[in-house]
Design a protein around this ligand. Structure first.
Ligand code: MHO
Length: 181
């Protein structure tokens, strides 16, 4: 039972950020940056950046639900990006930066809908969630130079100014489900 794993694909803007967030979580077996939700095969980073492929920057998260629940994964996801801005995360603007959940089971779909309903009815974000919710079609892995970007480039300004504050927020709010540093 302990080797059970599930996959969910999440888009929360630049995939360097989302990858770094989920790499910190207990029970997460792998996090791969890539592209999903578009209409072209084997897209490259440049093609996705041009905004014509329809793909979003995403990460494929493989996790053990006996260690970290789908609800925890999604709660961390919604807390670590802004799901209320359409096609935008901060200064990153374009459809490739849209907030998206590509689920792989009906159970995941029900959980994401429940969480969105709870956040929306609490009005805690000040605006409704605009996250795209769809079944996963195909996930395309990103080029290798995008993998582990944060841990390899901690002193790059984007990592210091954009990614670090997100990681600090997650460390503060979700310490219980994070790996020991
Ligand atoms: N604005 C950032 C986003 C990087 S990301 C992988 C940059 O262009 O460096 O989309």
């Amino acid at each position: 039972m302990n080797d059970r794993h599930e996959i969910i694909v999440l888009g929360g803007g630049c995939f360097w950020c989302v990858e770094a967030v989920f790499k910190m979580c207990k029970g997460v077996e792998s996090v791969l940056p890539g592209y999903a939700g578009g209409h072209t095969k084997n897209p490259t980073y440049d093609e996705v950046c041009n905004g014509n492929t329809g793909h979003a920057e995403v990460v494929q998260v493989t996790y053990n639900p006996m260690i970290i629940s789908t609800k925890d994964i999604l709660t961390i996801f919604f807390a670590s990006h802004d799901p209320t801005t359409k096609n935008r995360q901060g200064a990153d603007i374009g459809t490739q930066y849209r907030s998206a959940v590509y689920y792989t089971s009906e159970v995941q779909k029900a959980i994401v809908e429940e969480i969105i309903e709870a956040i929306n009815s609490s009005h805690e974000l000040g605006a409704p969630i605009v996250t795209e919710i769809k079944p996963l079609d195909v996930f395309y892995k990103a080029e290798s130079y995008h993998h582990d970007y944060f841990s390899r480039n901690k002193d790059v300004p984007y990592c210091e100014l954009v990614i670090n504050p997100k990681l600090e927020k997650v460390q503060k709010e979700f310490a219980m489900v994070l790996k020991k540093q």
